[in-house]
Design a protein around this ligand. Structure first.
Ligand code: AMP
Length: 209
């Protein structure tokens, strides 16, 4: 049976880390709108050029841009047996535009602002393969170097203080209302995202199996 899962939650709560492991376990594509947008900004595509100024400030990229990008991606063959959406939807309007897809579960990862700010400040990502590290609990074996591909680890522009504050504000006003939206549909499951990556993943696996 096709499995369609949404990972919901504030920036930095661990959606990317969970989605990465979950998609490997379930053999499904990991559809992360942030990664898709960053890929476009790096390649300086028209979409990427449009998105960059919003992303660097911690603001949402306009709905019409992101919705079209996701709809195109979901039409690809590898999505026919399901997928895990990470970072989409982020507004009620985006959610309404994919209402027809009949999701199985929306997993809402939660953690306090203090935890999130610390995690985002200490997050490092590989500039080559996008792998996520954390200076406290997902430490790279060699400082500044990706364990998987030897790429250089960097701090994302939007993981710096000012942008983090903006992203949390945007999350509270535009994305948090999705919790009630999916609760009303009866498909929302809460998972405590403040635990260790291993514990969070185990909880998520229990939810989907
Ligand atoms: P993420 O990697 O998921 O934290 O996303 C990084 C940035 O990409 C966000 O702060 C937004 O600027 C943009 N972005 C990612 N997903 C969306 C979305 N669904 N809607 C609008 N903007 C998005």
């Amino acid at each position: 049976m096709a499995k369609k899962i949404i990972l919901l939650g504030p920036p930095g709560v661990g959606k990317g880390t969970v989605a990465d492991k979950l998609t490997k376990k379930l053999n499904l594509p990991h559809i992360a709108t942030g990664d898709m947008l960053r890929d476009n900004t790096e390649k300086k595509t028209p979409l990427g050029i449009k998105a960059k100024s919003f992303m660097d400030k911690g603001l949402l990229v306009p709905d019409e841009v992101v919705i079209e990008m996701v709809r195109q991606r979901l039409k690809q063959d590898d999505c026919k047996d399901g997928f895990v959406l990470d970072g989409f939807p982020r507004t009620i309007n985006q959610a309404e535009k994919i209402d027809d897809l009949n999701f199985d579960e929306v997993i809402n990862l939660q953690a306090t602002d203090d935890i999130i700010i610390k995690r985002l400040n200490n997050r490092r990502v590989c500039s080559k393969c996008g792998s996520i590290f954390h200076l406290d609990y997902i430490k790279p074996k060699q400082e500044g170097i990706c364990d998987k591909c030897n790429g250089k680890l960097i701090q994302r522009e939007d993981d710096k203080d000012e942008a983090i504050k903006e992203r949390l504000k945007v999350y509270r006003s535009l994305t948090e209302p999705l919790i009630s939206y999916f609760k009303n549909k009866g498909i929302l499951v809460e998972v405590d995202g403040s635990k260790t990556p291993k514990e969070v993943f185990e909880s998520v696996v229990r939810v989907v199996s």
